[in-house]
Ligand binder design. Structure first.
Ligand code: NAD
Length: 374
Protein backbone atom coordinates (compact mmCIF):
# COMPACT_ATOMS: atom_id res chain seq x y z
CA UNK A 1 0.00 0.00 0.00
CA UNK A 2 2.85 2.32 0.87
CA UNK A 3 4.54 1.67 -2.46
CA UNK A 4 1.34 2.46 -4.36
CA UNK A 5 0.44 6.15 -4.61
CA UNK A 6 -3.01 6.79 -3.09
CA UNK A 7 -4.69 8.03 -6.30
CA UNK A 8 -3.42 5.07 -8.34
CA UNK A 9 -4.52 2.71 -5.58
CA UNK A 10 -8.07 4.17 -5.62
CA UNK A 11 -8.21 4.02 -9.45
CA UNK A 12 -7.08 0.37 -9.46
CA UNK A 13 -9.43 -0.58 -6.65
CA UNK A 14 -12.35 1.11 -8.41
CA UNK A 15 -11.67 -0.54 -11.76
CA UNK A 16 -11.27 -3.91 -10.01
CA UNK A 17 -14.61 -3.38 -8.26
CA UNK A 18 -16.30 -2.38 -11.53
CA UNK A 19 -14.76 -5.36 -13.36
CA UNK A 20 -15.60 -7.86 -10.61
CA UNK A 21 -19.12 -8.78 -11.79
CA UNK A 22 -17.83 -9.10 -15.35
CA UNK A 23 -14.88 -11.27 -14.26
CA UNK A 24 -17.08 -13.43 -12.09
CA UNK A 25 -19.53 -13.88 -15.02
CA UNK A 26 -16.63 -14.85 -17.29
CA UNK A 27 -15.25 -17.26 -14.67
CA UNK A 28 -18.68 -18.76 -14.00
CA UNK A 29 -19.25 -19.21 -17.73
CA UNK A 30 -15.79 -20.79 -18.16
CA UNK A 31 -16.47 -23.15 -15.26
CA UNK A 32 -19.87 -24.08 -16.69
CA UNK A 33 -18.35 -24.72 -20.12
CA UNK A 34 -15.56 -26.80 -18.55
CA UNK A 35 -18.14 -28.82 -16.61
CA UNK A 36 -19.64 -29.93 -19.94
CA UNK A 37 -16.34 -30.99 -21.51
CA UNK A 38 -14.85 -34.46 -21.45
CA UNK A 39 -11.14 -35.19 -21.63
CA UNK A 40 -10.20 -38.24 -23.72
CA UNK A 41 -8.05 -40.65 -21.71
CA UNK A 42 -5.89 -43.47 -23.05
CA UNK A 43 -4.86 -46.13 -20.54
CA UNK A 44 -1.24 -47.26 -20.89
CA UNK A 45 -0.87 -50.79 -19.46
CA UNK A 46 -3.97 -52.94 -19.16
CA UNK A 47 -3.10 -54.93 -16.04
CA UNK A 48 -4.98 -55.46 -12.83
CA UNK A 49 -5.44 -51.82 -11.78
CA UNK A 50 -6.54 -50.62 -15.24
CA UNK A 51 -8.92 -53.55 -15.68
CA UNK A 52 -10.55 -53.71 -12.25
CA UNK A 53 -10.44 -50.12 -11.01
CA UNK A 54 -9.49 -47.42 -13.52
CA UNK A 55 -11.55 -48.40 -16.58
CA UNK A 56 -14.73 -49.05 -14.52
CA UNK A 57 -14.14 -45.81 -12.56
CA UNK A 58 -13.81 -43.87 -15.84
CA UNK A 59 -17.44 -44.76 -16.56
CA UNK A 60 -18.42 -42.81 -13.41
CA UNK A 61 -16.47 -39.63 -14.17
CA UNK A 62 -18.01 -36.29 -15.19
CA UNK A 63 -15.17 -34.86 -17.27
CA UNK A 64 -13.40 -37.93 -18.67
CA UNK A 65 -14.00 -40.64 -21.21
CA UNK A 66 -12.00 -43.69 -22.17
CA UNK A 67 -10.99 -43.07 -25.78
CA UNK A 68 -7.83 -45.13 -26.24
CA UNK A 69 -5.56 -47.90 -25.00
CA UNK A 70 -1.86 -48.71 -25.16
CA UNK A 71 -1.03 -52.36 -24.70
CA UNK A 72 1.59 -54.93 -25.66
CA UNK A 73 -1.00 -57.74 -25.84
CA UNK A 74 -3.15 -57.92 -29.01
CA UNK A 75 -5.72 -60.21 -27.30
CA UNK A 76 -6.33 -57.54 -24.64
CA UNK A 77 -6.71 -54.92 -27.36
CA UNK A 78 -9.53 -56.94 -28.96
CA UNK A 79 -11.29 -57.50 -25.63
CA UNK A 80 -11.10 -53.83 -24.58
CA UNK A 81 -12.09 -52.64 -28.05
CA UNK A 82 -15.32 -54.62 -27.80
CA UNK A 83 -15.99 -53.96 -24.10
CA UNK A 84 -15.43 -50.19 -24.19
CA UNK A 85 -16.26 -49.47 -27.82
CA UNK A 86 -12.75 -48.17 -28.56
CA UNK A 87 -12.14 -47.40 -32.25
CA UNK A 88 -9.27 -49.33 -33.86
CA UNK A 89 -7.49 -46.04 -34.69
CA UNK A 90 -7.15 -45.32 -30.93
CA UNK A 91 -5.36 -48.57 -30.07
CA UNK A 92 -1.58 -48.39 -29.73
CA UNK A 93 1.32 -50.55 -28.59
CA UNK A 94 4.24 -49.27 -26.48
CA UNK A 95 6.22 -49.13 -29.73
CA UNK A 96 3.63 -47.09 -31.66
CA UNK A 97 2.41 -44.75 -28.91
CA UNK A 98 4.46 -41.83 -30.31
CA UNK A 99 1.94 -41.81 -33.19
CA UNK A 100 -0.74 -40.56 -30.77
CA UNK A 101 0.57 -37.11 -31.69
CA UNK A 102 -1.83 -37.17 -34.67
CA UNK A 103 -4.84 -38.32 -32.64
CA UNK A 104 -7.16 -35.60 -31.31
CA UNK A 105 -9.38 -38.18 -29.54
CA UNK A 106 -6.68 -38.60 -26.88
CA UNK A 107 -5.92 -35.64 -24.60
CA UNK A 108 -4.31 -37.51 -21.69
CA UNK A 109 -2.50 -40.77 -21.02
CA UNK A 110 -2.86 -42.58 -17.69
CA UNK A 111 0.38 -44.55 -17.17
CA UNK A 112 -0.37 -47.80 -15.30
CA UNK A 113 2.66 -49.93 -16.14
CA UNK A 114 5.35 -51.36 -13.78
CA UNK A 115 7.06 -48.60 -11.76
CA UNK A 116 10.38 -48.54 -13.61
CA UNK A 117 8.60 -48.07 -16.97
CA UNK A 118 6.72 -44.95 -15.87
CA UNK A 119 9.38 -42.52 -17.16
CA UNK A 120 9.61 -44.21 -20.55
CA UNK A 121 5.82 -44.15 -21.06
CA UNK A 122 5.32 -40.68 -19.58
CA UNK A 123 8.01 -39.22 -21.82
CA UNK A 124 6.60 -40.90 -24.95
CA UNK A 125 3.12 -39.57 -24.11
CA UNK A 126 4.28 -36.02 -23.31
CA UNK A 127 6.37 -35.84 -26.49
CA UNK A 128 3.24 -36.94 -28.39
CA UNK A 129 1.53 -33.85 -26.94
CA UNK A 130 -0.54 -35.63 -24.26
CA UNK A 131 -1.01 -34.69 -20.61
CA UNK A 132 0.06 -37.46 -18.22
CA UNK A 133 -1.47 -38.90 -15.09
CA UNK A 134 1.07 -41.42 -13.78
CA UNK A 135 0.52 -44.11 -11.15
CA UNK A 136 2.46 -44.18 -7.88
CA UNK A 137 5.30 -44.61 -7.14
CA UNK A 138 6.26 -42.03 -9.76
CA UNK A 139 9.35 -44.03 -10.85
CA UNK A 140 12.16 -46.14 -9.41
CA UNK A 141 14.60 -43.24 -8.84
CA UNK A 142 14.55 -39.49 -8.17
CA UNK A 143 16.59 -38.92 -11.33
CA UNK A 144 13.87 -40.53 -13.47
CA UNK A 145 11.20 -38.46 -11.70
CA UNK A 146 13.13 -35.27 -12.44
CA UNK A 147 13.45 -36.28 -16.09
CA UNK A 148 9.67 -36.81 -16.30
CA UNK A 149 9.05 -33.36 -14.81
CA UNK A 150 11.52 -31.71 -17.17
CA UNK A 151 10.15 -33.38 -20.31
CA UNK A 152 6.51 -32.59 -19.44
CA UNK A 153 7.46 -28.99 -18.69
CA UNK A 154 9.35 -28.66 -21.99
CA UNK A 155 6.37 -30.13 -23.85
CA UNK A 156 4.01 -27.81 -21.93
CA UNK A 157 1.98 -30.80 -20.75
CA UNK A 158 0.52 -31.39 -17.27
CA UNK A 159 1.94 -34.18 -15.13
CA UNK A 160 0.16 -35.51 -12.05
CA UNK A 161 0.65 -38.58 -9.87
CA UNK A 162 -2.13 -41.04 -8.98
CA UNK A 163 -2.26 -40.38 -5.24
CA UNK A 164 -5.92 -41.39 -4.89
CA UNK A 165 -6.09 -40.77 -1.10
CA UNK A 166 -5.66 -37.05 -1.79
CA UNK A 167 -9.21 -37.11 -3.23
CA UNK A 168 -10.77 -39.28 -0.52
CA UNK A 169 -13.08 -37.49 1.97
CA UNK A 170 -11.95 -39.38 5.11
CA UNK A 171 -8.32 -38.49 4.40
CA UNK A 172 -9.28 -34.91 3.50
CA UNK A 173 -11.14 -34.62 6.81
CA UNK A 174 -8.04 -35.78 8.70
CA UNK A 175 -6.00 -33.16 6.87
CA UNK A 176 -8.53 -30.54 8.06
CA UNK A 177 -8.40 -31.79 11.66
CA UNK A 178 -4.61 -31.45 11.59
CA UNK A 179 -4.47 -28.07 9.78
CA UNK A 180 -7.14 -26.50 12.04
CA UNK A 181 -5.49 -28.03 15.11
CA UNK A 182 -8.86 -29.34 16.26
CA UNK A 183 -7.02 -31.58 18.75
CA UNK A 184 -4.11 -29.21 19.29
CA UNK A 185 -0.52 -29.62 18.15
CA UNK A 186 0.43 -32.90 16.54
CA UNK A 187 3.04 -34.97 18.34
CA UNK A 188 3.09 -38.48 16.86
CA UNK A 189 1.75 -40.15 13.71
CA UNK A 190 1.65 -43.90 13.46
CA UNK A 191 0.99 -45.11 9.92
CA UNK A 192 1.14 -48.48 8.21
CA UNK A 193 0.18 -50.30 5.05
CA UNK A 194 0.82 -54.02 5.31
CA UNK A 195 -0.49 -56.56 2.81
CA UNK A 196 0.00 -60.20 1.92
CA UNK A 197 1.35 -60.23 -1.64
CA UNK A 198 0.17 -63.42 -3.25
CA UNK A 199 1.73 -63.36 -6.74
CA UNK A 200 3.82 -65.88 -8.71
CA UNK A 201 7.58 -65.51 -8.20
CA UNK A 202 8.06 -64.15 -11.75
CA UNK A 203 5.81 -61.13 -11.11
CA UNK A 204 7.41 -57.72 -11.77
CA UNK A 205 6.82 -56.63 -8.17
CA UNK A 206 9.55 -59.11 -7.07
CA UNK A 207 11.95 -57.84 -9.75
CA UNK A 208 13.95 -54.84 -8.54
CA UNK A 209 14.76 -53.63 -12.05
CA UNK A 210 11.04 -53.23 -12.81
CA UNK A 211 9.71 -52.27 -9.38
CA UNK A 212 12.55 -50.23 -7.90
CA UNK A 213 11.80 -51.83 -4.53
CA UNK A 214 9.24 -53.88 -2.63
CA UNK A 215 6.64 -53.14 0.00
CA UNK A 216 8.05 -49.71 0.80
CA UNK A 217 7.80 -48.45 -2.79
CA UNK A 218 4.45 -50.11 -3.47
CA UNK A 219 2.31 -49.71 -0.33
CA UNK A 220 4.58 -48.10 2.27
CA UNK A 221 4.34 -44.99 0.10
CA UNK A 222 0.74 -44.54 1.34
CA UNK A 223 1.94 -44.35 4.95
CA UNK A 224 4.71 -41.95 3.92
CA UNK A 225 2.21 -39.77 2.04
CA UNK A 226 -0.11 -39.71 5.08
CA UNK A 227 2.67 -38.48 7.37
CA UNK A 228 3.38 -35.69 4.88
CA UNK A 229 -0.20 -34.63 4.14
CA UNK A 230 -1.27 -34.77 7.79
CA UNK A 231 1.68 -32.70 9.04
CA UNK A 232 1.84 -30.52 5.91
CA UNK A 233 5.61 -30.72 6.45
CA UNK A 234 8.61 -32.43 4.88
CA UNK A 235 10.67 -34.83 7.01
CA UNK A 236 14.11 -33.60 8.05
CA UNK A 237 15.48 -37.04 9.04
CA UNK A 238 14.52 -40.69 8.53
CA UNK A 239 15.78 -43.96 9.90
CA UNK A 240 14.71 -47.41 8.73
CA UNK A 241 15.08 -51.08 9.49
CA UNK A 242 14.21 -54.12 7.36
CA UNK A 243 13.45 -57.76 8.04
CA UNK A 244 13.03 -60.62 5.55
CA UNK A 245 11.17 -63.62 6.89
CA UNK A 246 11.13 -65.13 3.38
CA UNK A 247 14.52 -64.29 1.81
CA UNK A 248 13.85 -66.54 -1.19
CA UNK A 249 10.61 -64.92 -2.30
CA UNK A 250 11.88 -61.44 -1.42
CA UNK A 251 15.44 -61.93 -2.70
CA UNK A 252 15.52 -58.68 -4.72
CA UNK A 253 13.03 -56.43 -2.95
CA UNK A 254 12.15 -55.43 0.59
CA UNK A 255 9.56 -57.55 2.38
CA UNK A 256 8.95 -55.77 5.70
CA UNK A 257 10.23 -52.32 6.62
CA UNK A 258 9.74 -50.05 9.61
CA UNK A 259 10.86 -46.43 9.61
CA UNK A 260 10.72 -43.32 11.69
CA UNK A 261 10.69 -39.76 10.44
CA UNK A 262 11.17 -36.45 12.20
CA UNK A 263 9.43 -33.27 10.98
CA UNK A 264 10.53 -29.63 11.51
CA UNK A 265 7.75 -28.91 14.05
CA UNK A 266 8.96 -31.82 16.17
CA UNK A 267 6.32 -34.35 15.05
CA UNK A 268 7.66 -37.90 14.96
CA UNK A 269 6.24 -40.51 12.57
CA UNK A 270 6.41 -44.21 13.29
CA UNK A 271 5.60 -46.28 10.20
CA UNK A 272 5.61 -49.82 8.84
CA UNK A 273 4.94 -51.68 5.64
CA UNK A 274 5.00 -55.31 4.60
CA UNK A 275 4.40 -57.62 1.65
CA UNK A 276 4.23 -60.66 3.94
CA UNK A 277 1.73 -59.75 6.61
CA UNK A 278 -2.01 -59.45 6.89
CA UNK A 279 -3.99 -56.53 5.52
CA UNK A 280 -3.80 -53.40 7.69
CA UNK A 281 -3.68 -49.86 6.31
CA UNK A 282 -4.30 -46.58 8.06
CA UNK A 283 -2.97 -44.11 10.58
CA UNK A 284 -3.41 -42.54 13.99
CA UNK A 285 -2.44 -38.93 14.66
CA UNK A 286 -1.86 -38.05 18.30
CA UNK A 287 -1.95 -34.37 19.29
CA UNK A 288 -1.60 -32.66 22.67
CA UNK A 289 -5.37 -32.44 23.25
CA UNK A 290 -6.61 -35.63 21.61
CA UNK A 291 -6.25 -37.88 18.60
CA UNK A 292 -7.88 -39.00 15.36
CA UNK A 293 -7.41 -42.10 13.28
CA UNK A 294 -8.44 -43.87 10.10
CA UNK A 295 -8.68 -47.63 10.25
CA UNK A 296 -8.72 -48.45 7.44
CA UNK A 297 -7.57 -45.32 5.68
CA UNK A 298 -5.91 -46.44 2.45
CA UNK A 299 -8.39 -48.96 1.03
CA UNK A 300 -10.29 -48.51 -2.21
CA UNK A 301 -13.47 -48.36 -0.12
CA UNK A 302 -14.71 -48.87 3.42
CA UNK A 303 -12.39 -46.25 4.95
CA UNK A 304 -13.58 -44.89 8.27
CA UNK A 305 -12.21 -43.35 11.42
CA UNK A 306 -12.65 -42.18 14.98
CA UNK A 307 -11.71 -39.18 17.10
CA UNK A 308 -10.79 -38.95 20.77
CA UNK A 309 -13.99 -36.96 21.46
CA UNK A 310 -16.03 -40.00 20.44
CA UNK A 311 -17.09 -38.68 17.02
CA UNK A 312 -16.91 -40.95 14.00
CA UNK A 313 -15.12 -39.95 10.79
CA UNK A 314 -17.43 -41.31 8.16
CA UNK A 315 -18.56 -40.11 4.72
CA UNK A 316 -21.21 -42.57 3.56
CA UNK A 317 -21.63 -40.77 0.20
CA UNK A 318 -18.43 -42.43 -1.04
CA UNK A 319 -20.24 -45.78 -0.73
CA UNK A 320 -22.30 -44.90 -3.82
CA UNK A 321 -19.25 -45.48 -6.04
CA UNK A 322 -17.51 -47.89 -3.66
CA UNK A 323 -14.08 -48.94 -4.89
CA UNK A 324 -14.32 -46.60 -7.91
CA UNK A 325 -14.88 -43.37 -5.93
CA UNK A 326 -11.25 -42.30 -5.43
CA UNK A 327 -10.16 -43.10 -8.98
CA UNK A 328 -13.13 -41.24 -10.49
CA UNK A 329 -12.45 -38.20 -8.27
CA UNK A 330 -8.73 -38.27 -9.09
CA UNK A 331 -9.34 -38.46 -12.87
CA UNK A 332 -12.04 -35.77 -12.83
CA UNK A 333 -9.67 -33.52 -10.91
CA UNK A 334 -6.94 -34.07 -13.50
CA UNK A 335 -9.43 -33.40 -16.31
CA UNK A 336 -10.43 -30.13 -14.63
CA UNK A 337 -6.76 -29.17 -14.37
CA UNK A 338 -6.40 -29.77 -18.12
CA UNK A 339 -9.54 -27.67 -18.71
CA UNK A 340 -7.87 -24.86 -16.77
CA UNK A 341 -10.31 -24.82 -13.86
CA UNK A 342 -7.69 -25.53 -11.17
CA UNK A 343 -4.10 -26.54 -10.47
CA UNK A 344 -3.29 -30.10 -9.50
CA UNK A 345 -2.61 -30.89 -5.85
CA UNK A 346 -0.52 -33.91 -6.91
CA UNK A 347 2.04 -32.62 -9.45
CA UNK A 348 5.13 -34.54 -10.51
CA UNK A 349 7.10 -32.62 -7.88
CA UNK A 350 5.00 -34.39 -5.22
CA UNK A 351 6.01 -37.79 -6.60
CA UNK A 352 9.65 -36.70 -6.72
CA UNK A 353 9.55 -35.64 -3.03
CA UNK A 354 8.32 -39.11 -2.04
CA UNK A 355 11.02 -40.81 -4.12
CA UNK A 356 13.73 -38.76 -2.39
CA UNK A 357 12.39 -39.79 1.03
CA UNK A 358 11.99 -43.46 0.04
CA UNK A 359 15.59 -43.42 -1.24
CA UNK A 360 16.72 -41.96 2.10
CA UNK A 361 14.88 -44.72 4.02
CA UNK A 362 16.60 -47.38 1.87
CA UNK A 363 19.93 -45.66 2.52
CA UNK A 364 19.29 -45.73 6.26
CA UNK A 365 18.44 -49.46 6.06
CA UNK A 366 21.74 -50.09 4.20
CA UNK A 367 23.97 -47.97 6.42
CA UNK A 368 22.22 -48.42 9.76
CA UNK A 369 22.35 -44.65 10.23
CA UNK A 370 19.77 -41.88 10.40
CA UNK A 371 19.68 -39.99 7.10
CA UNK A 372 19.16 -36.23 7.15
CA UNK A 373 17.06 -34.63 4.44
CA UNK A 374 17.58 -31.10 3.17
P1 NAD B 1 -0.10 -55.40 -13.28
O1 NAD B 1 1.07 -56.30 -13.28
O2 NAD B 1 -1.43 -55.99 -13.02
O3 NAD B 1 -0.17 -54.62 -14.67
C1 NAD B 1 0.96 -54.07 -15.28
C2 NAD B 1 0.69 -53.90 -16.77
O4 NAD B 1 1.88 -53.45 -17.39
C3 NAD B 1 0.30 -55.22 -17.47
O5 NAD B 1 -0.75 -54.97 -18.38
C4 NAD B 1 1.55 -55.61 -18.23
O6 NAD B 1 1.27 -56.34 -19.41
C5 NAD B 1 2.12 -54.23 -18.56
N1 NAD B 1 3.56 -54.26 -18.86
C6 NAD B 1 4.15 -53.55 -19.83
N2 NAD B 1 5.45 -53.81 -19.91
C7 NAD B 1 5.71 -54.72 -18.94
C8 NAD B 1 6.89 -55.40 -18.54
N3 NAD B 1 8.07 -55.16 -19.12
N4 NAD B 1 6.80 -56.26 -17.51
C9 NAD B 1 5.63 -56.49 -16.89
N5 NAD B 1 4.46 -55.88 -17.25
C10 NAD B 1 4.51 -55.01 -18.27
O7 NAD B 1 0.22 -54.23 -12.24
P2 NAD B 1 -0.81 -53.25 -11.56
O8 NAD B 1 -1.17 -53.78 -10.23
O9 NAD B 1 -1.89 -52.91 -12.50
O10 NAD B 1 0.14 -51.98 -11.27
C11 NAD B 1 0.49 -51.07 -12.31
C12 NAD B 1 0.91 -49.72 -11.68
O11 NAD B 1 -0.17 -49.22 -10.91
C13 NAD B 1 2.08 -49.82 -10.70
O12 NAD B 1 2.88 -48.66 -10.82
C14 NAD B 1 1.44 -49.85 -9.32
O13 NAD B 1 2.25 -49.31 -8.31
C15 NAD B 1 0.22 -48.99 -9.56
N6 NAD B 1 -0.91 -49.36 -8.67
C16 NAD B 1 -1.56 -48.36 -8.01
C17 NAD B 1 -2.64 -48.67 -7.20
C18 NAD B 1 -3.41 -47.58 -6.52
O14 NAD B 1 -4.20 -47.87 -5.63
N7 NAD B 1 -3.23 -46.33 -6.92
C19 NAD B 1 -3.03 -50.00 -7.02
C20 NAD B 1 -2.35 -50.99 -7.73
C21 NAD B 1 -1.28 -50.66 -8.55
Amino acid sequence: MKALPRRRFIRQTLSAALAAPFISTVVTRALAQAAEKKIGFALCGLGSLSTHQIAPALQHTKNCRLTGIITGTPAKAEKWKAQYNIPGRNIYSYETMAKMADNPDIDAVYVVTPNALHAEHTILAAKAGKHVLCEKPMEASSEKCQEMIDVCKAANRLLAIGYRCRFEPHNLECMRLAREKVFGDLRIIQACFDIHLDLPSGAWRFNKALSGGGALMDVGIYALQATRFITGEEPIAVSGMETKTDPVKFKEVDETVVWQAKFPSGVIADCSTSYNSSLVGGYRAVADKGWFQLDPGFYYDGNRGRRSDGEEIRYPEVDSLGEFYQFAAEMDDFAQCILGVKATRVPGEEGLRDLKILTAIYKSIRTGETVKLG
